[in-house]
Design a protein around this ligand. Structure first.
Ligand code: GTR
Length: 328
């Protein structure tokens, strides 16, 4: 077949367009879900991650962050991320632990001795292994974010002893482990989505809940539940995951860009977190919250025996627990 010069040039141009088109079509806006409100450290960190990705892919990829439960409550957003309807999710390990069992180890009660211990675990080989363990369940683990320690608050009485927990209706995240934990402390756990806790407190459906300082303050729960006991019963961190469906559309180079941007957003997040934690504690004090600090935590820890017994029957969990304890 013979082509004229012009026809040949046209053919080459068309062939080039066909070759380039899929790459351009690969340019995407990824949707990210976060239950926290705008300005919360996790949301700002996700926004930074998106900014880094946009810069480094020269605008080919963007991340649009939907905060304040705009894409639904946390559990539903995790389900949607698994099936690929949401691309990126910043969730707490206690919730995604229902979908990826080994992740639950990070939510185990009284496991971490300090935030330094937690950071050493998350930043080291155990953290990497846990991030890698998401893949068979439809997610790709990108990075962890801080979430401090969670403590119990309520509107009925200051909890100073384990006996004070008796009969209190305490809201927990949608997680069996959290249900077991609160029940072991003698209270009545009630699983509710994050967005319903405020109404739950106002209508007395619940007496209290448990969360870190920044969540207690930014949600306004402190106005309805003025007794905060520093139980620090879990340090369950946050995790940023991507849907495997979305991940598989990325080129190898773009995958590295996403991973690196997530890591950098984690470093940024840690600085944000410390500042907000300190500030939230001050807000609580200024608002006249009764903070119970000096009490014997031993009976609270001792009450977790059954939870640890159950975990020890799972070989993966029990090995992880042992290794975490050994991290200095
Ligand atoms: C917060 C966490 C949220 C959500 C919430 C809750 O600390 O950032 O993702 O899990 O707790 O208690 O539902």
């Amino acid at each position: 077949m013979a082509f004229s010069g012009t026809a040949f040039r046209r053919l080459v141009a068309t062939a080039l367009l066909v070759a380039v088109a899929p790459a351009l079509a690969g340019a995407r806006e990824f949707r990210a879900a976060d239950t926290q409100e705008d300005g919360y450290p996790t949301v700002r960190a996700l926004q930074l991650m998106g900014q880094l990705i946009a810069e480094r892919t020269k605008g080919r990829h963007q991340i649009r962050v939907f905060h304040s439960r705009q894409l639904g409550e946390e559990r539903e957003t995790i389900e949607q991320t698994r099936v690929g309807a949401i691309d990126v999710n910043r969730t707490n390990v206690a919730l995604i632990g229902t979908f990826v069992p080994s992740v639950n180890v990070l939510a185990m009660p009284f496991l971490f001795r300090s935030s330094e211990h937690l950071h050493r675990v998350l930043d080291g080989p155990i953290g990497q292994e846990i991030l890698a363990s998401f893949e068979p369940f439809g997610f790709v683990g990108l990075t962890f974010y801080d979430s401090g320690a969670r403590s119990i608050y309520n509107s009925v009485r200051p909890v100073r002893r384990l006996a004070d927990m008796k009969g209190l209706k305490i809201r927990v995240q949608q997680s069996q482990l959290m249900v077991d934990m609160i029940r072991a402390l003698g209270a009545e756990p009630l699983e509710l989505p994050y967005g319903q806790v405020g109404t739950g407190l106002a209508t007395k459906l619940i007496d209290g809940a448990e969360n870190n300082w920044p969540s207690y303050i930014t949600t306004g729960h402190y106005k309805a539940a003025g007794y905060y006991t520093l139980t620090e019963h879990t340090m369950s961190p946050e995790v940023v995951v991507m849907s495997r469906k979305a991940w598989d559309t990325l080129s190898e180079d773009d995958k590295s860009i996403f991973r690196q941007a997530a890591r950098e957003s984690n470093i940024f997040m840690r600085r944000q977190w410390e500042a907000l934690e300190a500030q939230s504690m001050k807000t609580a004090e200024a608002a006249g919250i009764e903070i119970v600090k000096n009490f014997d935590r031993t009976p609270f820890e001792a009450a977790m025996g059954d939870i640890y017994f159950k975990a020890s029957s799972d070989p993966i969990l029990s090995r992880l627990l042992e290794r975490i304890r050994q991290v200095k």
